[in-house]
Design a protein around this ligand. Structure first.
Ligand SMILES: *Cc1c(COP(=O)(O)O)cnc(C)c1O
Length: 247
């Protein structure tokens, strides 16, 4: 299967999930997660219509992003939008603003403040999503929100953190991001996606924020994520095939 064939299949599944949920496919943005893959494959995906790419490591992005963007612009195509979806170490934060337009993995107030300072210095703003650990898995990063409906201490901490980040003028907080646990059937991930949406709705209402975006859904679970309101799906293997290296 070529990347173009894979994309056609993914777009069909996105459209089918939207139809089941009564949603407009134009409200779901496909982010092709290109981590570990060489620039040539990204260019192939771009030729098949991909406009958004997701990368998860700063070191890898530093060499790939300028090359792929330059190659596309030189041939008269639009520069893609680059999404950072992986954990950002504090000392690497300064590399982010020149490379990425959207960061999905803001996981501490400290990182948010650092990114805000960096983009301010560049007279820019940055679109960000706040990564939320909704499942409560110890191995997952993000703001710990598991149990927020029942536990006032959890709720207060999440609310305080989001309020603090939303007050940073250099950051445009677009919404929330999560990763579902690895489960035997995609249906099992539904409560996590519904939980992220419920948290978004509650935060938006009580803090008066727009929070239009939900970044959720990967190769194994994106149809269910879309049914539960995903606006950004991050899909790697279904487009590029299995990765040789796991990151
Ligand atoms: C790798 C990765 C993805 C894509 O995973 P696939 O299973 O290849 O679709 C999505 N989100 C994040 C945060 C990732 O690291």
């Amino acid at each position: 299967m070529s990347i173009a064939d894979n994309l056609e299949h993914v777009r069909g599944s996105i459209a089918a999930a939207c139809a089941r949920a009564g949603r407009n496919p134009a409200d779901v943005t496909l982010i092709a997660v290109s981590k570990t893959h060489p620039p040539a494959l990204l260019l192939e995906a771009a030729a098949a219509g991909v406009q958004h790419f997701g990368e998860n490591r700063v070191e890898e992005a530093e060499s790939k992003i300028p090359r792929v963007t330059a190659a596309l612009v030189e041939t008269g195509r639009a520069a893609p939008t680059w999404h950072m979806i992986g954990h950002i170490q504090s000392r690497k934060a300064k590399e982010i603003p020149p490379l990425f337009q959207v960061v999905h993995s803001v996981d501490t107030v400290k990182l948010a403040e650092k990114l805000a300072r960096l983009v301010e210095e560049r007279d820019q703003r940055l679109d960000v999503l706040l990564e939320i650990n909704i499942s409560g898995e110890a191995s997952k990063g993000g703001f710990a929100a598991s149990g927020w409906e029942r536990d006032p201490a959890v709720r207060d901490q999440v609310w305080a953190d989001v309020r603090q980040i939303a007050a940073l003028p250099a950051l445009n907080v677009r919404g929330l991001m999560t990763m579902a646990p690895i489960v035997p059937a995609m249906e099992d991930a539904r409560p996590v996606f519904a939980g992220l949406r419920a948290l978004r709705d509650a935060l938006a209402e009580s803090l008066g924020l727009a929070l239009p975006d939900l970044s959720m859904g990967m190769t194994d679970d994106y149809p269910v994520a879309i049914e539960e309101g995903a606006t950004l799906v991050r899909i790697g293997r279904a487009i590029f095939g299995e990765r040789e290296v796991t990151l």
